[in-house]
Design a protein around this ligand. Structure first.
Ligand code: ADP
Ligand code: ZN
Length: 739
C-alpha cells in the first residue's frame, strides 16, 4: 500500500451502525487493528478503535484524516477484538459501542499508561507499636495503646478506630511521643466492604464435586474451547468447584474470569475468591470510582491481576491468556444488558471462551432453558451435583392456600402457619427469610367510584404507594407525588389501597412478632452506597432475626442459621403476560427455598399461594428441575418460543403516537415481505408498557432463525434510514422477555 493511499476503518463510540473510513496523514504511523486512534467526528474529536485497512472508497470521496494514533501496538489481544465484532454482528448493535466495551474505562488521567498499573491497590495506614511503656494522657490514649497491643502490636488505623473515632487522634498524639509509628501498607480493598473470609481449611471434595472437577481439569489440561453446564442443586458446593477450577487454571499459567450476577448480592463467592487468590484478584464492583476502575483495567491488562471477579461487563476484562470463564447463576436475568449494546453476558462468555480457546463453566441450580437444551443436544457437557453438602438434604416445602386463609378471616400477609413457623424460629434463635417480589407499601391506589387506579402522568402504569401510603411513585420513571385525597378523574374521595409490598410485610411482621429484629432488602433500601453489604453483614452476624425482601434475597447467599424461608405471595410473577413467567417463578422459588437449611440445621419452606396447583409451584416444591424442564419445554416448543426459536424484539419509540404507529407499520410491512415464511412477524401493536416517560412504544416481535431475522431487519432499516443512524429504535436480539 502506498503511503499516500493509507486508509483505515475506525469504529467510533457513538450510536452509529457502521465504522467510518479515515485517511492516515503522512506524519502518522499506520495503525493496525486494535489500536486506538483520535479522529474528528462532526464537530467532536473522539477516540475510536482502528479495525484495520479499509476498502478504497469511490474516487473523489473526501476523507477526513486521523488526528493521532494513540497506541503503537494493539491495546487488546485478538480474541477480544473478535469478541467485540461478534457482539456488534450478533446483536445488530452499533460497532463503536461494542468496541468501547473492551477499551479501558474512561476516567483515568489522560496519557495514564503502563506506569500506574499497581495503583489498583489502596494504601492503608497501619499503626505499629514501638513503646508500650510511655505514660499516657487520657482514656483515649490508654485505650488506643491497649487496642494496639491486643492486636499484636500492628493494626490498621481504620480498624482500631472503627467504633470510636477518638482513637485516631490518640494514635497521632502517641506517634508524636514516639510510642507508635505509622506505615502505609499495600492492601487489596476488601470487596463490597465485607471482611475477607479467612482462608479456611480447604474442604475435602465430595465424590460428586471430584467428578465434576476432574472433567473440568481434563479440559483445562487439554486446552482449547470446552463449554460445561454445571447443574448443582442449591447448597451442593458449586463454589468450591469453581475455585478449584480457577486454581488449576492458574497452575497452567493462564488467567480466569468469575462472573456473578451482582457483586453485592454474591458476597460469598467474591470473598472466597479474594481469600484464596489474594493479590491476584481484581474485583470489579459498582462502587469503584472511575479512576479505580481505570487503574484496575491496566492491572488486569498487565497480568498483575490474573483472576477477575465481576458482574456482566467483566466478561470483557482484558485478562491475559484466559483459560477459564465461570458464569455463576447462569440463569440470572441480570446478565442481560438492557441498554445498548444489548448483549447477554452468559452468551458472550461462551463466545469469548471460543475465541480464547478456553473452558466455559456455567453453573446453576436452575439452568436457563436455553442452557439446558444446549446440554441435552451435546453443545455443552453436563456435570451434575445432585446432593446437598451436609446431612439434612433439601428443605421440606409446604404450600399454604391463601384462599383458605382468607375464608378463615386470617391475615392475607402472614397466614397462621407462616406466623407460627416464624415464632418457632424466633424462640430457637434461628433466622428466617421472607420473600415478596414486590416492593413498596401498596400496589395501587384505586378510586372506588370510577375504579381507576392512580397512574403515572408520563407512563402507562399505576403508581406504587410507598411510606405507609403517603407517597406515590412510578417504578419506571421515578416520578414521585404525595398520594392525593381525591381521584384525579372523577374527583371521588373514596380511595382504597390495594395489594401490598415489602414495606407492608415488614410492618406486619413487626406487629405479629414485636420482639423480632427485622430488616428489609429491596431496591429501595439498597439505594445508599454500601447499604446492601451492611444489611447482609448484620444478618450474617445475627443482629437480625428476620430479613424481608424481594428477589434480592434469593441470590447466592449462604446463611447457616436460616432455617425458614417464607414466600408471602408465590404467585407474583405468574400472572405476567410473558412466555418466561413460569420459568422465572420456578427459578425464584427454587432459589429462595435453597437458602433454607444450608448448614447443620434442617430447613423448612412455606409458600403462600392462590394457585397451589400451578406446575411451576408444585415442581419448585419438589425441587424437580428436570420435570419442570420437560413440562416447560413442551409449552415453549408448541408455542414456538425460545429455546426452540430465536426472538428479536423491536420497539419503535416516539413522542408522537401517530408517527410512531406509522413508522412501526411501515417497518413491519417490510419485514413481512422479507420473511417469506422463514420467520414470523408479530405486530406491530402497542407495547405492553405502551408509554414510558412520555414516549409511545410500538412493538414488533420476530420469531424464527436468528440470522434470517437479523438480515431482514438490517436490510429494512438500511433501506429506510440509511446505513448510519437508526433513530427511535430499540433492537433486542435474543430478548429475554417481550414485556
Ligand atoms: P451452591 O453454590 O452449590 O449453592 P455452596 O458452594 O454455597 O453451594 O456450598 C454450600 C456450603 O457447603 C458452603 O458453606 C460451602 O463452604 C460448603 N462446602 C462446599 N464444598 C464442601 C465440601 N467438599 N466439604 C464441606 N463443605 C463444603
Ligand atoms: Zn412514570
Amino acid at each position: 500500500m502506498s503511503a499516500a493511499g493509507r486508509i483505515v476503518s475506525v469504529a467510533v463510540p457513538l450510536p452509529v451502525q457502521a465504522p467510518f473510513t479515515y485517511r492516515v496523514p503522512d506524519e502518522l504511523p499506520s495503525p493496525v487493528a486494535g489500536c486506538r486512534v483520535l479522529v474528528p467526528f462532526g464537530a467532536q474529536r473522539v477516540v475510536g478503535m482502528c479495525l484495520g485497512p479499509a476498502v478504497t472508497p469511490p474516487a473523489g470521496t473526501k476523507l477526513k484524516a486521523l488526528m493521532e494514533v494513540v497506541d503503537e501496538q494493539p491495546l487488546v489481544a485478538p480474541p477480544l477484538l473478535e469478541l467485540a465484532a461478534w457482539v456488534a454482528e450478533h446483536y445488530l448493535a452499533p460497532p463503536g459501542e461494542c468496541y468501547r466495551l473492551i477499551l479501558p474505562p474512561a476516567g483515568g488521567r489522560r496519557g495514564a499508561a503502563l506506569a500506574d498499573t499497581a495503583a489498583g491497590f489502596k494504601h492503608d495506614r497501619v499503626a505499629v507499636l514501638l513503646d508500650a511503656s510511655v505514660a499516657t494522657r487520657g482514656v483515649a490514649q490508654r485505650e488506643a495503646l491497649a487496642r494496639l497491643a491486643a492486636a499484636g502490636g500492628r493494626a490498621r488505623v481504620a480498624d482500631l478506630a472503627r467504633d470510636r473515632a477518638a482513637i485516631r487522634g490518640a494514635l497521632e498524639a502517641l506517634a508524636a511521643r514516639g510510642a507508635v509509628e505509622f506505615e502505609s501498607e499495600r492492601v487489596v480493598r476488601s470487596p463490597v466492604g465485607l471482611p475477607a473470609l479467612p482462608e479456611r481449611e480447604r474442604p475435602e471434595l465430595t465424590d460428586e464435586q471430584a467428578v465434576a472437577l476432574s472433567a473440568i481439569c481434563a479440559a483445562l489440561d487439554r486446552g482449547g474451547f470446552q463449554p460445561f453446564l454445571l447443574h448443582g442443586v442449591t447448597g451442593s458446593g458449586k463454589t468450591e468447584v469453581y475455585l478449584r477450577g480457577v486454581e488449576r487454571t492458574l497452575e497452567t499459567g493462564r488467567g480466569a474470569l468469575l462472573l456473578v450476577p451482582e457483586i453485592a448480592l454474591t458476597p460469598l463467592l467474591v470473598r472466597a475468591a479474594a481469600a484464596r487468590f489474594g493479590d491476584l484478584v481484581a474485583v470489579q464492583h459498582s462502587e469503584l470510582s472511575a479512576g479505580e476502575r481505570h487503574d484496575q483495567w491496566w492491572r488486569i491488562r498487565e497480568g498483575d491481576a490474573r483472576v477477575v471477579v465481576g458482574a456482566r461487563s467483566a466478561v470483557f476484562a482484558p485478562v491475559r491468556d484466559l483459560g477459564l470463564i465461570v458464569v455463576d447463576e447462569e440463569h440470572e436475568a441480570a446478565y442481560k444488558q438492557e441498554e445498548s449494546p444489548r448483549y447477554h453476558g452468559r452468551d458472550v462468555a461462551v463466545m469469548r471462551a471460543r475465541f480464547e480457546g478456553a473452558v466455559a463453566l456455567l453453573g446453576s441450580a436452575t439452568p436457563a432453558l436455553e442452557s439446558w437444551s444446549n446440554a441435552l443436544s451435546g453443545k455443552y457437557e453436563r456435570l451434575s451435583l445432585r446432593k446437598r453438602i451436609g446431612s439434612f438434604g433439601l428443605p421440606r416445602v409446604e404450600i399454604v392456600d391463601r384462599r383458605d386463609a382468607l375464608r378463615a378471616g386470617d391475615s392475607p400477609i402472614l397466614t397462621a402457619p407462616l406466623r407460627e413457623a416464624l415464632e418457632l424460629r424466633l424462640s430457637r434463635g434461628e433466622q428466617s427469610l421472607l420473600l415478596l417480589n414486590r416492593r413498596g407499601w401498596a400496589t395501587s391506589l384505586l378510586c372506588r367510584e370510577c375504579g381507576e387506579p392512580l397512574g403515572c402522568p408520563r407512563c402507562s402504569v399505576a403508581l406504587t404507594l410507598h411510606e405507609r401510603g403517603a407517597l406515590a411513585r412510578c417504578h419506571y420513571c421515578g416520578h414521585d407525588v404525595r398520594a392525593p385525597d381525591a381521584c384525579a378523574g372523577c374527583k371521588g374521595v373514596y380511595l382504597r389501597l390495594t395489594g401490598f409490598g415489602t414495606e407492608r410485610v415488614l410492618e406486619a411482621v413487626q406487629a405479629a412478632l414485636p420482639t423480632a429484629r427485622v430488616g428489609r432488602l429491596d431496591r429501595d433500601t439498597a439505594q445508599r452506597r454500601g447499604a446492601v453489604a451492611n444489611l447482609l453483614h448484620d444478618f450474617e452476624r445475627g443482629l437480625l432475626d428476620i430479613l424481608v425482601g424481594t428477589q434480592m434475597l434469593a441470590k447466592g447467599h449462604d446463611f447457616p442459621k436460616v432455617t425458614l424461608v417464607g414466600v408471602v405471595d408465590a404467585d407474583v410473577g405468574l400472572g405476567l403476560p410473558d412466555f418466561r413467567a413460569a420459568e422465572r417463578t420456578f427459578e425464584l422459588l427454587t432459589q429462595v427455598a435453597g437458602r433454607a437449611g444450608r448448614a447443620e440445621l434442617a430447613g423448612e419452606v412455606i409458600l403462600q399461594s392462590h394457585r397451589p396447583d400451578h406446575y411451576a409451584l408444585r415442581l419448585a416444591c419438589d425441587q424437580d428441575y428436570e420435570a419442570f424442564y420437560a413440562r416447560e419445554s413442551e409449552f415453549r416448543r408448541t408455542m414456538g418460543w425460545p429455546p426452540f426459536a430465536s426472538l428479536v424484539n423491536v420497539v419503535v419509540r416516539s413522542r408522537d403516537a401517530e408517527a410512531g404507529r406509522k413508522e412501526a407499520g411501515t417497518l413491519a410491512e417490510a419485514l413481512r415481505a422479507a420473511a417469506q415464511r422463514r420467520f414470523r412477524v408479530l405486530g406491530p401493536g402497542a407495547a405492553p408498557l405502551a408509554r414510558i416517560k412520555d414516549e409511545h412504544r410500538f412493538q414488533i416481535v420476530l420469531r424464527g432463525p436468528r440470522k434470517a431475522m437479523r438480515d431482514a431487519l438490517r436490510t429494512a432499516l438500511v433501506a429506510r434510514h440509511g446505513p448510519v443512524r437508526w433513530p427511535g429504535l430499540v433492537i433486542d436480539v435474543d430478548a429475554l422477555s417481550v414485556l
